[in-house]
Write a protein that binds this ligand. Structure first.
Ligand SMILES: [Zn+2]
Length: 386
């Protein structure tokens, strides 16, 4: 079965002009100014003229199984469903565990990722959670990353947070080394994804690893960096040393004081390249707000839809569309080591595509060549979704 998207303005994520896209099976077969197939090829044609076509978004921080529980069992947050992801324009997710690795395990996270993959999108996971000793599937971070196809790194490991296991410098060095070697053996990113808390240590332990060991700075990806102004300023310094940084979108409405737009502007003004920045949703994770005594005063849940709504707001606020798109397509693909198949509109890559209307609202979502959402209607639902 062939699908032909005609006449859209392509941002792949760079602006490519008006092009047709031919999808064969799950792959982008051809991108060209004008494509017509002979009649004997059964082809579904989608008109995209006057519309914008982009790669499907990649969200590298999603609590697929839910998270939370920091305020007791009733504060455990729910699992995500297929249509929630596709409706949000996301076609690839990387799942993680959070504070709770007691009742949620990496084996369950892997099974959930396998379910979503079968249902139609692309999924990866991190082994580990906030805590040490790290929750793994094989008993070893190195083995998990090297041998389990969906495991692309370890995380989110909590640093400078009252919920972390207060890892020592040596423990952090060891896990980074394990992830690095696992990544080499498995042909993966071996990413060390770090949950940054509001503790005063901030990124100090990571800066120290970079200064005192041979582990390259690119191995790390800290997130939740808009939590405090001083953390953001230090993360800009970290990026100027060559590190990559991730902002949790819409945090300000839930928990964080700094808007993504302001953080982004500060990073760019500070000499950070857009290529070093990714955005993620923290979807289905709990976002508890604590007072200075460490008591929960408010509880919210991250939503994967914020990724798209944040992008729209950034564009409205004057950031160029291609730059905004990079942070949710090409950059996360590179960071997670899946850019051979994902993150851009190129021949030979997976047909993960979005068609947006002139207001950048999501009209059509195609994942691995399959139409998941069309004309804003969900065509494919998760196995047990109503
Ligand atoms: Zn986190």
């Amino acid at each position: 079965m062939f699908t032909l998207i005609k006449g859209g303005t392509l941002y792949g994520p760079e602006k490519m002009g008006d092009r047709d896209i031919l999808i064969a099976g799950r792959t982008i077969a051809r991108v060209s100014e004008h494509i017509d197939l002979p009649e004997q090829f059964e082809t579904r044609v989608i008109s995209a003229s006057g519309k914008v076509v982009t790669p499907g978004m990649i969200d590298l921080h999603v609590h697929l199984l839910g998270g939370g529980g920091e305020g007791g069992p009733r504060t455990r947050t729910p699992e995500i469903t297929l249509s929630k992801i596709t409706r949000a324009g996301v076609t690839t997710v990387v799942g993680c565990l959070g504070t709770d690795d007691v009742s949620r395990r990496p084996e369950t996270l892997l099974a959930k990722a396998m379910q979503l993959e079968e249902e139609g999108i692309s999924t990866y996971i991190y082994c580990g959670s906030y805590q040490f000793p790290l929750a793994t599937i094989t008993g070893c971070v190195r083995k998990d990353i090297a041998l389990i196809p969906k495991v692309i790194g370890v995380g989110e490991i909590a640093v400078s947070d009252h919920r972390s296991s207060q890892p020592s410098f040596e423990e952090l060095c060891r896990v980074a080394a394990e992830a690095r070697v696992g990544g080499m053996l498995g042909g993966k990113a071996g990413l060390v994804h770090l949950h940054m808390g509001s503790g005063k240590g901030m990124l100090d332990p990571i800066m120290r690893i970079v200064k005192e060991t041979e582990i390259p700075i690119g191995q790390f990806l800290p997130t939740h960096l808009t939590r405090t102004l001083s953390l953001l300023e230090q993360s800009i310094q970290f990026a100027r040393m060559g590190g990559n940084i991730d902002f949790t979108v819409k945090g300000q409405e839930l928990q964080f004081p700094l808007t993504t737009a302001r953080a982004l502007q500060m990073a760019l003004n500070g000499g950070v390249s857009i290529e070093q920045i990714t955005l993620s949703s923290d979807s289905n994770g709990s976002m508890p707000v604590y007072n200075e005594k460490g008591e929960i005063i408010k509880l919210a849940v991250g939503d994967i839809q914020y990724l798209h709504s944040e992008c729209k707001e950034l564009v409205k606020g004057g950031f160029p569309l291609d730059q905004v798109l990079k942070m949710v397509t090409a950059n996360p693909a590179k960071r997670t080591g899946i850019d051979r198949w994902k993150g851009s509109i190129e021949e030979g890559k997976d047909a993960d595509l979005l068609i947006l209307d002139k207001d950048l609202e999501i009209e059509t979502v195609i994942a691995k060549g399959q139409m998941m959402v069309h004309q804003k209607k969900i065509l494919i639902k998760g196995t047990f979704e109503e």
